[in-house]
Design a protein around this ligand. Structure first.
Ligand code: NIG
Ligand code: FE
Length: 411
């Protein structure tokens, strides 16, 4: 199957296959072609070029993209898209003055979501989650990472990961899965955190690895959740099972989570709302991708990840949605990009790099996703007629997407 896009006003984010991620000042560049064509063959980008030099294609289904921008789909490297119910009541409680931490301490938060998820069948969980996946696909997401962590029992964690895998199969979208058993301490283990970690690093991980349900392992390294030593323990156990580390660190407290993640060769460290000099130095000596989650800051009214400081230190930065019921009930990557520009002072070029090629890196997908490159997946966003790509974050509340192509197919 072939599909030709012609008269593309701007074809954005053209990169050689060798570009795995972009860092520091490179993030200001967004290589592009003006007045371009692009040929999709099966599920990949076959070729592209300037309209003035377009070969004489005949008998191929063609889309006229006059006035429109074509860019690679968003790569959302951090989500908790599989969950049960919602936490609307906690949202109202926060408006009325309770903090996220106070709600969690009184049995709400992650524990609340775990109770709901444990009581939900796999079929019902799939049905609830697929609605969210359908929506983010329409919003331009072309590859997504999905975490467990609302199960907190072996069976419920496995149920979440099975649903995540099934979603990828049904919707023909690349899904990377992450085992986040160490997301919170379940009430049964309230006074026995080590007992819970025995379960996470033992039975849970063994079963999950033996069924090949996860690519990555994650830990919520935070006061009241898991310490640096706990994080090290889980990441080490993960390594034995071939699970690469991706961690939740520095959301509320800078306590050494970045350094321990880097020491464990983490692919990414995510959140980073509070960041110190030591963390920056650790990242500079690593291949680890820092990931900012601006919708979490927006929704919880907590500080934004200091993106300018991270990029200023010569580091790369990725952006992800953190789609989850407690701290970011939205997976809209357009809004993520806009919020990064508006609140973190990223330029549109930096934000688009962060949400495409660097997001792909944070899921181990740089070789197949995240840029307009011959041979990469034909995962494309076709915008409406807009004046420039800066309009994407500028018109933050508008739907600027006209059509999306996922694995070579118009959705
Ligand atoms: O990334 N911070 C930890 N985990 C999730 C939110 C968990 C929740 O509140 O349900 C996050 O923000
Ligand atoms: Fe998260």
């Amino acid at each position: 199957m072939k599909l030709l896009l012609k008269n593309i006003a701007t074809l954005l984010q053209i990169r050689p296959l060798t570009t795995q991620k972009v860092s520091g000042p490179e993030m200001k560049e967004l290589p592009r072609l003006v007045d371009a064509w692009l040929l999709v063959e099966d599920d990949v980008i076959h070729s592209f070029g300037n309209m003035s030099e377009m070969p004489n294609f005949q008998g191929i289904k063609t889309l006229d993209c006059s006035g429109k921008i074509v860019l690679p789909s968003w790569c959302d490297s951090h989500t908790h898209l599989v969950y049960a119910g919602n936490r609307e009541q906690e949202f109202v409680d926060r408006i009325n003055g309770l903090s996220y931490q106070e709600i969690a301490a009184s049995g709400g938060g992650i524990i609340n979501s775990a109770k709901k998820l444990q009581a939900t069948t796999q079929t019902a969980l799939f049905a609830q989650s697929e609605k969210r996946l359908q929506e983010v696909i329409q919003q331009g997401t072309g590859a997504i990472e999905i975490k467990s962590g609302y199960g907190l029992t072996t069976q419920a964690e496995m149920k979440m990961l099975r649903v995540a895998k099934q979603l990828g199969e049904k919707y023909n979208i690349t899904v990377k899965t992450t085992f986040l058993g160490a997301h919170a301490i379940p009430s049964e283990f309230k006074d026995n955190k080590d007992g819970y970690l025995d379960l996470v690093c033992g039975e849970m991980m063994e079963e999950i690895a033996s069924e090949n349900l996860a690519d990555y392992v994650d830990v919520f390294c935070e006061k009241g959740y898991f310490s640096v030593a706990d994080t090290n323990r889980v990441l080490q156990a993960g390594k034995k099972h071939g699970l690469i580390a991706k961690t939740h660190v520095n959301q509320f407290t800078a306590m050494g989570g970045v350094t321990i993640s880097v020491k464990n060769d983490a692919l990414s460290v995510d959140h980073l709302e509070v960041l110190n000099k030591q963390d920056i130095t650790a990242l500079q000596e690593s291949q680890t991708m820092p990931v900012a989650l601006p919708l979490c800051s927006y929704f919880l009214s907590i500080p934004y990840t200091p993106g300018r400081e991270i990029i200023g230190a010569g580091l790369p930065l990725a952006l992800a949605s953190d789609y989850n019921p407690g701290s970011s009930p939205s997976g809209n990557m357009n809004f993520v990009v806009a919020t990064a520009c508006i609140k973190m002072r990223l330029t549109p070029e930096e934000a688009i790099n962060a949400a495409t090629i660097n997001g792909a890196y944070a899921m181990g997908l740089s070789e197949s996703h995240g840029s307009i490159t011959k041979g990469k997946k034909a995962n494309l966003i076709i915008t409406k007629e807009i004046p420039s790509y800066g309009f994407l974050p500028y018109a933050f509340g508008s739907n600027t997407i006209d059509q999306v192509i996922l694995n070579g197919t118009l959705v």
